[in-house]
Design a protein around this ligand. Structure first.
Ligand code: ADP
Ligand code: MG
Length: 256
């Protein structure tokens, strides 16, 4: 079996009747288990649409999505909900923690939804809070934690069921630079330690540079791809023309 965890084939999403918006326009992409990927591009370019497809939050107009080799592009709403709980973890710009629940209870939620028994769920949630450096705040409510701490809880919650992929849409968009850096360093660590696959949308190139693979989309099309190599990034696709404009990674770049 191939170790591609997600494969997109000619994926398009067309919105609207009358005036047609091609939010995604024929995107093909393969991501392997353990990859740490950033999706970058201008506002309105289709980043969230793409991530929502990978996260099975939305369905494509055309094309296929394979998750671990299985075509899930047109799975039923029930099957997609099951896969979101078991195979996917989500971290959004706002943490979306339940305000009445403690950090521990928030992290336990996806485990309880997956029908784990309460003591097992509790044990696992404590382990995860330790992994994100917040074991000592397990009884705190979201209102008693800082923005960065709440995002750490959200990361722990995303990891609860051992998902194949964790996706994040501007997950540090609401945090200051220093806190954003710490969160990305945490994800980097988790990627190395437990081989967790991350696919992150960001408009911040300095954060994207912390990943191993940068995909740039413009007008719903993948226009440029770079991969980490020898302490820098090499372009995989022919994207020299793109490098003058929006990318800021020049100090790291070795263009082929
Ligand atoms: P990004 O995340 O890169 O800012 P999006 O994926 O949110 O971009 O949007 C891509 C394009 O699709 C934009 O032109 C946006 O206006 C359009 N779009 C997104 N969602 C919808 C929707 N539900 N209905 C109609 N158009 C949409
Ligand atoms: Mg977006």
């Amino acid at each position: 079996m191939s170790d591609d965890i997600i494969v997109l084939q000619d994926l398009s999403k067309i919105y609207g009747n009358g005036v047609e918006v091609r939010a995604l326009d024929g995107v093909s992409l393969k991501i392997k288990a353990g990859e740490f990927v950033a999706i970058v591009g201008p506002s309105g370019s289709g980043k969230s649409t793409l991530l929502n497809m990978i996260g099975l939050l939305d369905t494509p107009s055309l094309g296929q999505i394979y998750l671990k080799g299985i075509d899930v592009s047109r799975a039923s709403p029930e099957e997609r909900a099951r896969l979101r709980n078991q195979e996917l973890g989500f971290v959004f710009q706002y943490h979306h923690l339940i305000p009445e629940f403690s950090a521990l209870e928030n992290v336990m939620m996806p485990l309880l939804i997956a029908k784990k028994d309460k003591s097992q769920a509790r044990e696992r949630a404590i382990e995860l809070l330790e992994a994100v450096g917040l074991a000592d705040r397990k009884d705190s409510l979201p209102s008693q934690l800082s923005g960065g701490q709440n995002q750490r809880v959200a990361v722990a919650r995303a990891l609860a069921n051992g998902p194949s992929i964790v996706i994040g849409d501007e997950l540090t968009g609401n945090l200051d630079t220093k806190t954003s850096d710490l969160i990305y360093n945490l994800l980097r660590d988790l990627n190395r330690k437990i081989n967790q696959t991350f696919i992150l949308v960001t408009h911040d190139m300095t954060l994207a540079e912390k990943t191993d693979r940068i995909l740039r989309i413009v007008d719903g099309k993948m226009v440029c791809e770079m991969r980490r190599k020898d302490g820098g990034f090499v372009t995989v696709d022919n994207c020299e023309a793109e490098l003058d404009g929006a990318l800021h990674v020049k100090p790291l770049l070795h263009v082929k």
